[in-house]
Write a protein that binds this ligand. Structure first.
Ligand SMILES: [Zn+2]
Length: 282
């Protein structure tokens, strides 16, 4: 039986804001002369913001009870070009499933974003988001598979512990919709060696406990500002001035708008960034 899906106004608003702030932006390639700072690279900047909006909506509906997470992926040649739908990093009992087993949202295809599920299903959402965002959301939620959790103990799974994650995801997607200079990663490599004479801030902040790939944080980058926000909202590590990092707990998790204001301050999003709008067409 098809589920009845209630689409709230905030979800449609997220898509509307993505159009307001990204519709004029040109695709951004990885700069050949500056491969170390490719954060904004993506084949389609509007699709990137729409992708975050749609990913956030899927997480709201499918993470709390079914453990489904949606992860943006950075491709070394094209930049942000897809989101993976998966329980691989959110549920211990599905830790070995392929990272794309619940589908992929493509940002570089015709009429992006385009959701695919293997070779069986292809759902272009670009035109639909523009014409009827509520219908785009409904169709996406209808086709994304999210079978019941496997039998067993889920007590230590991320989907059980990180109850604030969907709210944080929505706040991040909202900031991305409003601030094109902001990018967010969910897949972070923490090197245990020094790079350019400095250790990774998460390596230091965790007392060298965290190393290798981690999915426990949002990495938020806006120009020179960078912050690492834990997916459960328990703490944030950010650079207060070049080379100086601060870790803070007790974030306002009971008030999404307060969290949004807090992140805007930390990332200095309301301070015009010199390089933020160089790719506008006008
Ligand atoms: Zn689980």
């Amino acid at each position: 039986m098809p589920e009845l899906i209630a689409i709230d106004a905030a979800e449609i608003d997220l898509i509307t804001r993505a159009y307001q702030h990204y519709a004029e932006l040109q695709p951004q390639k990885i700069a050949v002369d500056d491969p170390e700072r490719p954060e904004l690279a993506t084949p389609n900047r509007l699709a990137y913001a729409l992708g975050w909006a749609l990913a956030s909506i899927v997480v709201q509906h499918r993470f709390p009870t079914l453990g489904l997470d949606v992860l943006p992926v950075y491709h070394p040649e094209t930049g942000w070009d897809r989101f993976l739908f998966t329980r691989r990093v959110s549920c211990r009992l599905d830790a070995t499933e392929p990272a794309d087993s619940r589908g992929v949202l493509w940002l570089g295809q015709e009429d992006a974003p385009v959701y695919t599920l293997g070779n069986a299903l292809r759902l272009p959402l670009g035109t639909l988001c523009a014409n009827d965002p509520a219908e785009a959301i409904r169709r996406l939620l209808y086709v994304v598979p999210a079978p019941p959790l496997k039998r067993g103990s889920h007590e230590t799974c991320v989907h059980s512990r990180a109850t604030a994650y969907p709210m944080i995801y929505r706040v991040v997607a909202g900031l991305i919709a409003d601030y094109p200079q902001l990018v967010a990663a969910r897949e972070i490599f923490v090197d245990e060696e020094q790079i350019d004479g400095a250790y990774h801030p998460l390596y230091l902040a965790t007392g060298a406990l965290l190393k290798g790939w981690t999915y426990d944080y949002f990495q938020l980058v806006a120009g020179e500002q960078i912050a690492f926000l834990r997916t459960d909202g328990s703490l944030i590590t950010y650079e207060t001035e070049p080379g100086t990092w601060r870790t803070v707990g007790e974030l306002p998790l009971d008030d999404p708008s307060a969290l949004r204001d807090y992140l805007r301050d930390v990332l200095k999003l309301d301070t015009p960034a010199p390089a933020a709008d160089t790719d506008k067409t006008s």
